[in-house]
Design a protein around this ligand. Structure first.
Ligand SMILES: NC(=O)c1ccc[n+]([C@@H]2O[C@H](COP(=O)([O-])OP(=O)(O)OC[C@H]3O[C@@H](n4cnc5c(N)ncnc54)[C@H](O)[C@@H]3O)[C@@H](O)[C@H]2O)c1
Length: 378
């Protein structure tokens, strides 16, 4: 993710020229020397160091990205806020709702109460098709929203021989796939409908209870060597939840990291009294919509992404040309730095990160209590 943040900043002058922002990548922090070298040689960062303290102490650093493993987010973000530096932080914001609240509050009260700008990595919001669905719903074109289905199903952890990295440790990774993927779903559902999840009921499971311990360090899910010794997986592989939205609509959410064959199947369907719409990340550059009754052509129409849908026209010259995941991150970088420089508050912010964290924690509580749990509103 750090690599993607770096390239996203670099693309701003060409994609969002009107912002007048030409980011300088002053310093990267990573304890692994090889990653430091990559930051400088491949990603155009001026220098690289082992620890974030040097980044925070550098007066030339005016804003930073936090892309470290989840358990480091709270300390890094709170330290950034105390140093008066705005930050773009990856999701899940903290490993718990309490940590996410600390991050949110530190940012809100920084600089003597003026606060610092924040952004959170809820990148699926920025897909032009998703932006357009949100606009259609806000205009009432689907009528009253009755229910939403959202799932983020993947198989990045489906091999039982996948190494026991920080992601499977409750203290380091938090609530497994709930914080990792369901947090995106919680944010998407709220963002697209304009309603808040107020209560949830859920069930969850861990299908692969043990994994081999890595014997080397690596990045992401791969690049590690493993030994014969195994250790316990401490957090969730799969979760399904029902939710109630503040406007009276219902939501169903599901996430898995072990759904073999589903590489990154992230999808959203919204149903209203006047129509339905759906979007899937596997076909990011289109959405399907059904409005009214439709007569003999009753059914979904596929619409390809085009100018007029979110930020599409900044990236592609004519309709139907695919955009990529990287482009979503460039849009997020623009929203973040626009807030930092111009105070425009466009990005999903720490407030959104906290809201998603409260939903995820209510899901964890419900899976344990087997009861409906209310979601504290932020
Ligand atoms: N928004 C998204 O769609 C998305 C996708 C993937 C990951 N993420 C999030 O991004 C974050 C990072 O995930 P990843 O997959 O890149 O993890 P990763 O394990 O591949 O990389 C983490 C990096 O942090 C470095 N690191 C470890 N300790 C550090 C320290 N003390 N100081 C500085 N750097 C340190 C590691 O050396 C490594 O380079 C996580 O919070 C994850 O949930 C978000």
């Amino acid at each position: 993710m750090g690599r993607l943040h770096a390239t996203s900043y670099q693309r701003l002058p060409s994609r969002f020229p009107e912002l007048g922002i030409r980011p300088r990548l002053v310093v990267a922090a990573d304890p692994i020397e090889e990653n430091q070298q990559a930051a400088v040689e491949q990603f155009g960062v001026e220098r690289a160091v082992a620890s974030i303290e040097e980044v925070l102490a550098d007066p030339e650093v005016e804003a930073l990205s936090i892309c470290a493993p989840n358990f480091l987010h709270r300390d890094f973000a709170v330290a950034a806020a105390r140093a008066g530096k705005p930050f773009w932080i990856e999701k899940p914001m903290g490993v718990s709702a309490a940590q996410s609240r600390e991050i949110h509050d530190a940012a809100a009260t920084a600089r003597g109460g003026a606060g610092v700008a924040t952004a959170v990595g809820f990148n699926y919001r920025h897909a032009p098709a998703v932006a357009h669905l949100r606009a259609m719903i806000a205009e009432g074109r689907l009528g009253r929203i009755t229910n939403v289905r959202c799932w983020l199903i993947a198989d990045y952890a489906s091999s039982p021989d996948g190494p026991l990295t920080w992601r499977y440790d409750r203290d380091k990774g938090g609530s497994g796939v709930i914080g990792d993927l369901l947090s995106h779903g919680a944010d998407l559902v709220q963002h697209v409908t304009g309603q808040r999840l107020t209560e949830v009921t859920a069930t969850s499971d861990t299908f692969i209870p043990e994994r081999p311990l890595p014997t080397t360090v690596g990045v992401g899910h791969g690049g590690f060597e493993i030994g014969d010794e195994r250790g316990p997986v401490q957090n969730e592989d799969w979760v399904a939840a029902l939710g109630t939205l503040s406007g009276g609509a219902h939501a169903t959410l599901e996430s898995s990291r072990v759904a073999r064959g589903h590489r990154s199947d992230y999808a959203l369907e919204v149903f209203g009294t006047e129509g339905s719409a759906r979007w899937s990340f596997t076909r990011m550059n289109e959405f399907e919509v059904m409005l009214g009754e439709g007569g003999t052509e009753h059914g979904f129409t596929t619409v390809l992404a085009a100018a007029g849908h979110g930020e599409y026209s900044r990236f592609q010259p004519s309709p139907g040309i695919p955009m990529s995941f990287d482009d979503l991150k460039t849009i997020e970088a623009a929203a973040f730095l626009s807030d930092v420089v111009h105070g425009t508050r466009l990005a999903p912010s720490a407030a959104d990160g906290l809201s998603a964290a409260e939903i995820c924690e209510a899901v964890v509580r419900s899976a344990a209590s087997r009861a409906w749990e209310s979601v504290p509103q932020t």
